[in-house]
Design a protein around this ligand. Structure first.
Ligand SMILES: [Zn+2]
Length: 119
C-alpha cells in the first residue's frame, strides 16, 4: 500500500520534472523571439515571444510547486514507513513487537532499543 503510493509519487515527480524541462525549453526559445521582435520592430513576433515567455514561466512555477509538494509527501511517507518498521516490527521476521520489549517474541532477535528511542 505504502510502497504503491511511494511509486506513484516518484512517477509524479518525474512527470513534473519532464513538464518543467519542456517549459524551460520554451522559456529559452522565447528569448530569441523577443529579441528578434525588438530588432525587426515586429510587434506580432514580440507579442508571441512574450506570450510564450509568460506561459512557460507560469508552467515552470506550477510544476516546481507540484514537484516540491510531491517530494514533501514522499519524504513524510518514507519517514512514516521507517518509523513503523523500526518501532513496531522485527527487522528480521517482520513480527509485530510490543513497544518496550527488547527481543522479538517469535525469532528472538534483539531489538535495537537505541534506534527505537531515537525516532
Ligand atoms: Zn523476529
Amino acid at each position: 500500500m505504502a510502497r504503491k503510493a511511494k511509486k506513484e509519487l516518484q512517477h509524479k515527480i518525474s512527470e513534473a520534472d519532464r513538464y518543467r524541462r519542456a517549459a524551460l525549453a520554451g522559456l529559452i526559445l522565447s528569448a530569441p523571439l523577443i529579441i528578434l521582435g525588438i530588432l525587426l520592430s515586429l510587434d506580432a513576433l514580440l507579442i508571441l515571444g512574450y506570450a510564450i515567455f509568460i506561459t512557460c514561466t507560469a508552467i515552470t512555477s506550477f510544476f516546481t510547486a507540484m514537484r516540491w509538494q510531491y517530494a514533501k509527501t514522499l519524504r513524510s511517507l518514507m519517514k512514516e514507513a521507517q518509523k513503523t518498521t523500526s518501532v513496531n516490527e522485527c527487522p528480521r521476521c517482520g513480527t509485530r513487537i510490543t513497544k518496550h520489549s527488547g527481543y522479538c517474541r517469535r525469532c528472538g532477535k534483539k531489538i535495537n532499543v537505541r534506534a527505537r528511542t531515537l525516532k
